[in-house]
Write a protein that binds this ligand. Structure first.
Ligand code: DI6
Ligand code: FE
Length: 400
């Protein structure tokens, strides 16, 4: 006996089997227990729901955000519109470190209220899982504060990524190596000791950390058996994608300047490509990520909002999908995979999330559209008409 079944739903399974028009999907103990055409459904369930012809998709997975921070950077937006570049602003003491100042002075309760309010936008758009990075603390106390806030967010499953190596804090100006020592020896181990870290990330870029410094962060993560990810080749080609692949990274993110050999290395290491069209758009970048090479080498392409106050103040997975299609020439199917199965892969969650398959999480969303491609096509519409979220509570209920 199943706990519940949804009938009269069209199922975008996000598996190679494709869509099931007029399908049925049943759940039991927080997991999908039956998927198929309605005509084949002969089982029984305690509850029967009529999906009224809506499309059912796995809940979205946004695998790259910086959701926890205080303050805004609207004034930097104005400066950029007058001609300043993102890198100019960072070098002049603005950029990431200005958000660090605001985040250090905010209390945990203030940060939580700000982030939870932002998160409601993702929830309204059918999101099941969101990754949240630290990186606006750049000291032990504030990095841990950010991660605790992320873990307290409600309404979605949260994965936390330690991004202590996001920028060199003001008090370490000119001493990036010494700051990396602090991250390796003190901040990351303290965060891990509190069990606040699901993965470790770094910003490998001219305005942040070089390959050597990034590799030192990765080896510290490896010692703690934590998976790694990387902000790679966003503004210049520092060989970040290849470095991430060398360390078996879950994902390499941004990738505008990644070379063909970087893509090959990612393919060999099964590192997921996370594309972030919000940052590309907002910084008015012109160099496109190597989409053709990613396709040729069959590197899974995930998408994220990269929500952050400086380079991507974007709070909409749906708009991110539209931007990925219009700016990066992804197909709507690729964009949907980017926020479902491949987003899950970028977080190492493909066993439980990202597709409609028996055994996977009953974390789902219902959409009032004629076809799933409409989700990537419409701008500023939100046709989400329901969210089903049964997995997390069932996990707690069932015990170890
Ligand atoms: N790349 C980004 O796009 C964000 N961080 C990063 O490493 C930008 C963060 C910010 O400008 O506040
Ligand atoms: Fe980012």
């Amino acid at each position: 006996m199943h706990d519940a079944v949804w009938l009269n739903a069209n199922l975008a399974t996000m598996t190679p089997h494709g869509a099931i028009v007029d399908g049925a999907l049943a759940v039991r103990q927080g997991r999908i227990s039956w998927v198929g055409p309605r005509s084949a459904w002969k089982d029984k369930a305690h509850e029967e729901h009529d999906a009224r012809g809506a499309w059912m998709l796995p809940g979205f997975v946004d695998c790259h955000t910086h959701l926890v921070y205080a303050g805004t950077r609207a004034h930097e937006f104005e400066l950029r519109l007058q001609g300043a570049s993102y890198e100019d602003i960072a070098k002049a003491g603005g950029g990431i470190v200005s958000t660090v100042r605001a985040t250090r002075s905010a209390s945990e309760a203030e940060l939580l209220a700000l982030a939870q309010k932002r998160l409601e936008r993702w929830i309204a758009e059918g999101t099941a899982v969101i990754e949240v990075k630290s990186g606006y603390g750049l000291d032990r106390e504030t990095e841990l504060k950010m991660l605790r806030v992320a873990r307290r967010l409600g309404g979605v499953t949260v994965k936390t990524t330690f991004l202590g190596a996001h920028a060199v804090p003001e008090e370490y100006k000119g001493r990036a190596d010494a700051y990396i020592d602090l991250v390796r020896k003190e901040v990351l181990p303290a965060a891990e000791a509190e069990k606040l870290v699901d993965a470790v990330d770094a910003f490998c870029e001219r305005i942040a950390f070089n390959r050597h410094q990034t590799a030192r962060v990765f080896t510290a993560a490896e010692k703690l058996k934590l998976p790694v990810k990387l902000h790679a080749d966003q503004l210049s080609d520092l060989g970040g994608a290849a470095l991430a692949a060398k360390h078996g990274a879950l994902s390499a993110d941004h990738l505008e300047y990644t070379s063909d050999s970087g893509v090959e290395a990612m393919a060999r290491a099964r590192t997921v490509a996370v594309l972030l069209p919000g940052a590309f758009y907002f910084l008015r970048e012109t160099r496109l990520p190597p989409i053709a090479a990613l396709r040729r080498h069959r590197v899974p392409i995930a998408l994220g909002t990269d929500h952050n106050p400086g380079s991507s103040p974007l709070s909409s997975p749906l708009l991110a999908m539209n931007l990925a299609c219009t700016l990066f020439h992804l197909t709507p199917d690729e964009a949907l995979a980017g926020f479902t199965i491949n987003g899950a892969r970028a977080l190492g969650m493909q066993e439980t999330h990202g597709s409609l398959e028996v055994g996977k999480a009953a974390d789902l969303a219902l959409w009032e559209v004629e076809a799933p491609a409409e989700l990537a096509y419409a701008i500023g519409a939100n046709p989400c008409v329901g969210r089903i979220r049964l997995y997390a509570s069932a996990q707690i209920g069932s015990g170890p």
